[in-house]
Design a protein around this ligand. Structure first.
Ligand code: SAM
Length: 337
């Protein structure tokens, strides 16, 4: 076999492995379990599928997230770890008080996240409720395989978080930066991205859902995972094609979830319609019973009035009616006096 045909065969094997990897996601549900359904439509929702792919590709021992809030991203990572049966430790660092961009929030958010972590990921999730800088001391150098930075998104804050935490990431580890596409006033992740992207040959940047930068720390071994190789190390065209496929799969999953939600709503409406119809039929039956009862009463009244005793007691009823009217008049005058 010539070198050219060997290269073509290797490329084809690579493509087939990649397709096999991606086909795992066809016809599947969104791999996420947020604490509450109303937490889903958050900015991070569009990256949930990628979180699963990344975790499968990296097989991290330690994953750290800076900025968890309601846990959309954190539980996407935890769920990916659980689904792949990995022995990964996922650490979430947050004050769970909020910040000027995410907004400040109450104790119930932390209570929700802690209860969800305890209920579903007791062996996977660890919550560190403290400022990022304080958590630094408890992390070993070069120990983190995946670091997700999603705290305050001002340039100064994100630059500080990146610089402070980078030594904790192992060479070849992955740093994720959320909101990298956000250009609103006060957001500076895009600026940090411009500075750090040239420092690594293995990066990519998803533009959707506020943007997610994927940055591989230089110095690690060559990537051995076919998906990560295609995304980060096979050039811009291959990376763009993989990104497009991920987005397509994500949209497909989202449509399927929306369809399932609509189906559930339709089933609920059907149940309510059925209950209303049953109640209506019940009312009709009771109305028919009342009509029958009324007809019976009318008939009895008619036969009573036609009876001899009724006719004979007519003078008595007239006297009683007269007495009632006299008494009523008397009572009325007494009241006025
Ligand atoms: C954008 S939210 C995180 C969103 C989350 N990743 C998701 O998927 O929905 C930012 C969070 O970072 C936290 N935060 C910001 N700066 C922090 C700091 N220096 N130390 C600890 N927590 C911080 C805030 O409390 C807030 O909950």
């Amino acid at each position: 076999m010539t070198e050219v045909s060997m290269r073509a065969r290797d490329a084809m094997t690579e493509d087939i492995s990649l397709l096999a990897f991606l086909s795992h996601y066809l016809d599947r549900e969104l791999p996420a379990r947020p604490p509450r359904a109303d937490h889903m439509p958050w900015g991070w929702e569009g990256h949930i599928l990628f979180a699963d792919m990344l975790v499968r590709g990296v097989r991290p021992r330690l994953l750290v997230e800076l900025g968890t809030h309601t846990g959309v991203s954190f539980f996407a990572f935890c769920e990916a770890v659980r689904a792949a049966w990995l022995p990964t430790r996922c650490i979430a660092v947050d004050t769970w008080k909020g910040d000027e961009q995410a907004g400040f929030y109450g104790e119930e958010v932390y209570a929700d996240v802690a209860a969800h972590a305890e209920a579903h990921y007791p062996l996977i999730a660890t919550l560190m409720r403290m400022p990022f800088d304080e958590a630094l001391a408890s992390m070993d150098e070069a120990s983190i395989d995946i670091l997700h930075i999603d705290g305050l998104h001002t340039y100064d804050a994100v630059r500080h978080d990146f610089d402070a935490w980078l030594p904790k990431v192992r060479p070849g580890g992955i740093v994720l930066l959320h909101d990298v596409a956000e250009q609103r006033e006060g957001f500076g992740v895009w600026k940090l991205w411009l500075e750090i992207a040239p420092l690594s040959p293995e990066t990519c940047r998803f533009p959707h859902s506020h943007g997610l930068g994927v940055w591989r720390k230089p110095g690690g071994p060559a990537l051995d995972d076919v998906f990560l190789r295609a995304l980060l190390a096979s050039g811009p065209e291959a990376s763009a094609a993989v990104q497009a496929m991920i987005l397509h799969l994500h949209r497909q999953m989202r449509c399927r979830r929306q369809l399932a939600e609509r189906d559930e709503q339709a089933r609920d409406l059907d149940r309510r319609r059925h209950a209303a119809e049953t109640a209506c039929a019940d009312l009709h039956t009771r109305l028919a019973d009342l009509h029958a009862y009324l007809a019976d009463l009318e008939q009895r009244q008619a036969s009573l009035m036609a009876s001899r005793s009724w006719r004979m007691t007519r003078p008595l009823r007239a006297i009683a009616a007269w007495a009632r009217s006299v008494l009523a008049g008397h009572a009325g005058r007494a009241g006025r006096d």
